[in-house]
Design a protein around this ligand. Sequence first.
Ligand code: COA
Length: 179
Amino acid sequence: MQLTLTTPRLILRPFTVSDAADVHVLVSAREVAALAANIPHPYQQGMAERWIATHESAYTTGLGVTFAITQRADERLCGAINFVIDPDHHNAELGYWIGLPYWNQGYAKEAARELIQYGFSHLDLYRIYASHLGQNLASGRVMQKVGMHYEGCLRQHLLKWGVYDDVIYYGVIRNDFSA
Ligand SMILES: CC(C)(COP(=O)(O)OP(=O)(O)OC[C@H]1O[C@@H](n2cnc3c(N)ncnc32)[C@H](O)[C@@H]1OP(=O)(O)O)[C@@H](O)C(=O)NCCC(=O)NCCS
């Protein structure tokens, strides 16, 4: 059973199909898709349901875990955060998005800190890494603030909406994080 995690302002819980309509609204925003490497835009009907339907098998096979980021105060969905896990190497790629109405309130940092802690303490991960587009300075800031370290830049690696952009990698090793 996938755990539910709590932070001072957030509850991180598994998605259910009843979240699909809210996911659709939040992820459809052009501003959200514009900064992420892999969110389709326009975000078509049915995509949220299909995405949510992948979560349970990813969790049971140990290949990933995804949490809905919800506000403790009113249970409102404000984003998502996940690991894509490579069990052979005890590493995972961290990913996240926050809905536009909830930006710049510290939610990504709060959720990412909790997930990294959970990854090292409950998922037996040794290394956690993440990447962001060069233009996505806010995501880079989140990675820095949660204790990840700059690892390198793949210059002009992705063609995002017709423009080549860098992909910048951050990572943290379990021993660094505990220290
Ligand atoms: C990136 C994203 C997750 C950040 O979520 P958030 O909840 O707003 O992040 P937080 O409030 O926790 O932290 C944002 C940090 O970036 C800073 N920031 C915001 N906009 C910025 C900008 N344009 N340039 C530089 N820094 C910026 C904030 O000041 C804050 O830093 P601080 O702690 O030093 O004040 C959110 O903007 C998002 O979902 N974007 C679209 C999807 C996406 O980019 N996903 C990640 C893919 S790698």
